[in-house]
Write a protein that binds this ligand. Structure first.
Ligand code: GLU
Length: 305
């Protein structure tokens, strides 16, 4: 495995065609696009890393996997009153689809869906309480108390998030969102602003590779059927309107974020985190996707193998 990762860093990680770094907030626009990190946490407890695997980055939409898991823990199937379970085929921040579907987001991983999930988690609590719950869950699954929000990123998101604000008000008009919009967005923007490195992220995903149980600590996080369902949503909806292409090329459940990270799950084998800040046209890490394609080719971990 170490040889495979070293090869990926030497080939894909040094590519000159690196995509474009997200530039809607200065904290992301200023990230050096030359960085590339990867980490594989296997279900038998080994950790393999290469490149900038210890460099913190903004996990952004990858956090939507964790907020969904928290919401499922609190509400069970009640969560599906807030969001659907269908791929969107539209950009991650699309408003058009919401109007057609009467304010109910297609899935928990597009922006509208994750904003609705923040509403579900809030349930009349204050944003700081919901955020404490999400952060302590992430620390627990990663087994790492040092994981934190990047407050600067959260503040910039709040200042520039007019489109997300529009999505939230729109859903409030349809009665999907019931808490004050400011509370909901404060929760959403902050969980997107969690900073992690590839090693922490790979460890955090291990429960999804282990049928809901962290195979290293032995602690059950969710039931096996819930882990399978989260994985299936990641496969169908985890890469915005590039989800079909990612499933076609990589064949693993995965969730990307505009910070350039991707968390991919090889059920029964490993949890993989890769980070390269440059994005492709639909907002997924360009080299990250290529790296996962190569990793799967070498390991045979595609779920369709
Ligand atoms: N906080 C970002 C937004 O809502 C998340 C984008 C993403 O990673 O998809 O615009």
């Amino acid at each position: 495995m170490q040889e495979i990762l070293d090869d990926i860093v030497a080939t894909i990680g040094s590519s000159t065609e690196r995509g474009r770094v997200a530039d809607y907030i200065p904290e992301l626009a200023g990230v050096n696009p030359q960085q590339f990190g990867i980490c594989v946490a296997t279900v038998d407890g080994q950790l393999f890393s290469a490149g900038h695997s210890q460099q913190l980055f903004s996990i952004q939409s990858i956090s939507k996997v964790f907020s969904l898991t928290v919401a499922l823990g609190k509400l069970g199937d009640g969560v599906w009153k807030w969001v659907g379970r269908e791929p969107s085929g539209d950009p991650f921040n699309s408003i058009v689809q919401l109007e057609h579907e009467h304010g109910k987001p297609r899935n928990p991983f597009i922006n509208a869906g994750a904003i609705a999930i923040s509403d579900a988690i809030l349930m009349k609590h204050l944003p700081r309480e919901a955020l404490a719950e999400i952060l302590s869950f992430v620390r627990f699954i990663a087994d790492d108390e040092s994981i934190c929000f990047d407050d600067k990123v959260a503040k910039s998101e709040l200042e520039t998030g007019e489109r997300n604000r529009a999505l939230a008000h729109f859903m409030a008009a349809y009665g999907i969102i019931k808490n004050p919009v400011d509370y909901v967005l404060g929760t959403y923007f902050h969980h997107c602003a969690i900073a992690m490195n590839c090693q922490q992220l790979a460890r955090a995903g291990l429960f999804l590779a282990g049928d809901g149980r962290n195979p290293v600590t032995g602690v059950r996080v969710v039931s096996a059927s819930r882990a399978r369902r989260i994985n299936s949503l990641m496969l169908m909806c985890g890469h915005y309107d590039g989800s079909g292409e990612f499933a076609f090329r990589v064949g693993l459940p995965g969730k990307s974020g505009v910070g350039g990270g991707i968390l991919a799950i090889a059920p029964g084998h490993a949890s993989i985190a890769v980070w390269s800040p440059g994005l492709d046209d639909v907002g997924n890490s360009k080299l990250g996707s290529q790296a996962l394609e190569r990793l799967v080719m070498k390991t045979g971990w595609s779920i369709f193998a």
